[in-house]
Design a protein around this ligand. Structure first.
Ligand SMILES: [Zn+2]
Length: 282
């Protein structure tokens, strides 16, 4: 007979999928709130989302979730208050009042196998060849930051940007591209989230295009001067949201293996902070 797992059992499963020790030193991953030691704390519903913002906390309450798993940390740096008159404190209060735990898998999910960029590549119909920046601690060579991918059949840059806009969640920003719109794209590097620190690795990979988020003027301009590498810039939220579906499927598989009575849900709320876009005048 299947049984609802304890919070401790589910947190242990999440830690096995995304070990906390694999997060970057500056990161803040793991369980943010939740009555983990309590054997009576059970998890029947889990909500996955990108951002631990109030809208998502409210969605978790409405859903009757017992656990919220987000990609972004609620607190990246220390705090001296979780009072509800701060927006982060209000999230904590909302969750604790409704007995909802919060768990974060951030850079430990970025570099995992499968990780955030595998989910992004999958959403874009790309075939993953390997990590862009391999994790030195993985002898199998599968973990690491970003992914190098093949696009078969190749598309023009304009077609590939249109595909990204069609397949990633709809955001106000849409998808921007830099390069000749007719350029043939057969290989692509992808990095979910802010990837403009990886240009040297992308150039070394010798790919035709790089799709990531948060590309700023100077890094993008300099990358374009360096080489004919095409750039595709999507909203940060949109590049990471596919991970939520992948992560939920991973926890579903664990639950099935253990015979747990547990349901996973993926939030469809668009938490990208940008909400409007005015196209330039013709
Ligand atoms: Zn991110």
């Amino acid at each position: 007979m299947s049984e609802t797992p304890t919070l401790r059992e589910v947190i242990d499963a999440l830690d096995a999928l995304w070990p906390r020790a694999r997060a970057e030193a500056w990161d803040a991953v793991g369980t943010v709130c939740g009555d983990v030691p309590n054997p009576r704390a059970r998890v029947g519903r889990v909500l996955f989302a990108v951002d631990p913002v109030q809208e998502i906390a409210d969605e978790a309450v409405a859903l009757g979730a017992d656990l919220l798993v987000t990609h972004h940390p609620l607190y990246l740096r220390g705090t001296t208050s979780v009072a509800a008159d701060t927006f982060k404190g209000r999230v904590v209060h909302t969750l604790i009042k409704h007995d909802i735990a919060l768990h974060v898998a951030h850079t430990n999910a970025d570099t995992a196998d499968p990780g955030v960029s595998d989910a992004l590549a999958g959403a874009l119909g790309l075939r993953v060849l390997g990590p862009l920046v391999p994790d030195a601690g993985d002898p199998a060579g599968r973990r690491g930051l970003g992914r190098i991918c093949a696009l078969d059949p190749p598309l023009t840059l304009a077609e590939f940007a249109e595909r990204a806009a069609a397949r990633l969640p709809t955001t106000a920003q849409g998808v921007r591209a830099a390069g000749d719109p007719d350029q043939r794209i057969g290989t692509v590097a992808v990095c979910g989230g802010s990837g403009d620190s990886l240009f040297a690795d992308v150039r070394a990979a010798g790919v035709d295009a790089y799709l990531t988020a948060d590309l700023r003027h100077h890094p993008a301009s300099e990358a374009r001067e360096h080489s004919p590498l095409a750039l595709v810039d999507a909203a940060h939220y949109a590049t990471e949201w596919p991970w939520c579906e992948q992560a939920a499927a991973q926890l579903d598989a664990v639950a099935e293996r253990h015979g747990w009575e547990l349901r996973t849900h993926v939030s469809r709320a668009v938490t990208d902070p940008w909400t409007a876009h005015a196209p330039a005048a013709p």
